[in-house]
Design a protein around this ligand. Structure first.
Ligand code: NAD
Length: 342
């Protein structure tokens, strides 16, 4: 029997977690031979509801679930965490401007970054889901000076899966047959869903769909899919977000499948001319617990322009929280990014 690993989840009694936690506990993220301990973090006012969820998890009598611990603060909740899934975030309230939302969340992710730095396992892998996810990942990472920024990521796998699903439906194939779609940039409506590398059963997707349909219908549909879901069900995506979280963490820990490219928002090292230090969604491959940006893809002028637009949005988000970003970050790391000033 393997040693249990500890997975911390914030926003643990919210909509996404209500789908996610049972699947984590059943072994869908790390495999059916990996025991886990869940450390569930909520705000104090949600602890009663969280305790109910913990009771239900117990009642599943799942063989891999070794312990369930609940906390109302990230410092205890992240103690010795091997994985941290940061879902809890402040939703946009009535009368709140975009900058107010960024600042409110910046404070949450500043504290959580510090708590990860001080209390988590030094090899912790962090996935930020709470929006604005890319910028929240930037803030958490910058507040964790002892952790490598490559230990942080933000979720764009939902957008990636949406692109696969919509292409598959259009071409009348199963989603599994669609490979190498790419989401570039921000998890927002400026993201660029890029099908230039995408294939179905070895055939280029762009040779099978009309360019006007791709540019004028498919790209906006993927970009606006979150709003489409909210309009249809009255709530934001929950089960599909949980699936994307499992896919993202599974691939990070256990490797990408069948040589497929996946999309993850990760620390930009300047690849493809994207500003270094932003958390930007790139095409990635993962092996042996390490994810690398896929290099050497040729980019059309259309792609470059779309990638620049979504980068600009991330630069604007960064500018509005800049006062909360520590100026320098000392990186202690095996992965070659050392002591950089941003
Ligand atoms: P929800 O409102 O149902 O649940 C959020 C939970 O987070 C609540 O229970 C709340 O009490 C908790 N919370 C708030 N602040 C917290 C904090 N500081 N510490 C711990 N817990 C805290 O929302 P949801 O549907 O679960 O979505 C959560 C977030 O994920 C939202 O920001 C949403 O926009 C985002 N999201 C991102 C993606 C993506 O692809 N990146 C997809 C879907 C949703």
């Amino acid at each position: 029997m393997k040693k249990p690993v500890c997975i911390a989840v914030t926003g643990a009694s919210g909509g996404i977690s209500s789908s996610l936690l049972f699947r984590l506990a059943a072994g869908e993220m790390l495999g059916l031979d990996q025991p886990i301990i869940l450390q569930l973090v909520e705000v104090p006012q949600a602890m009663a509801s969280l305790s109910g969820l913990a009771l239900e998890l117990e009642d599943c009598a799942l063989p891999l679930l070794q312990d369930i611990r609940t906390f109302d603060n990230p410092e205890q909740g992240f103690a010795a965490a091997d994985y941290a899934i940061l879902i809890g975030a402040r939703p946009r309230g009535a009368g709140m401007e975009r900058n107010d939302l960024l600042t409110a969340n910046a404070q949450i992710f500043e504290r959580q970054g510090k708590a990860l730095n001080d209390y988590a396992n030094p090899d912790v892998r962090v996935l930020v889901v709470g929006n604005p996810a890319n910028t929240n990942a930037l803030i958490a990472s910058r507040n964790a000076p002892n952790l490598n920024p490559k230990q942080f990521s933000a979720l764009t796998r939902l957008d990636h899966n949406r692109a696969k699903g919509l292409v598959a439906k259009h071409l009348g194939v199963n989603a599994e047959a669609v490979e190498n779609v790419i989401i570039w940039g921000n998890h927002s409506s400026t993201q660029y869903p890029d099908l230039n590398q995408a294939q179905v059963k070895g055939e280029s997707v762009l040779k099978q769909i009309d360019e006007t349909y791709y540019h004028d219908e498919l790209i906006p549909r993927i970009q606006q899919r979150g709003s489409e879901i909210i309009k249809a069900r009255g709530h934001s995506s929950a089960a599909s977000a949980a699936q994307a979280i499992i896919d993202h963490m599974h691939d990070w820990a256990l490797g990408t499948q069948n040589d497929d490219i996946v999309s993850m928002a990760t620390y930009s090292d300047g690849s493809y001319g994207i500003e270094k230090g932003l958390f930007y969604s790139f095409p990635m491959r993962c092996q042996n617990g390490i994810c690398e940006i896929e290099q050497g893809l040729s980019l059309s002028d259309f792609s470059k322009e779309r990638m620049r637009l979504t980068q600009n949005e991330l630069l604007e988000e960064k500018a509005s929280v800049n006062h909360l970003l520590p100026r320098f970050k000392q990186v202690v790391d095996p992965l070659s990014v050392r002591g950089e000033g941003f």
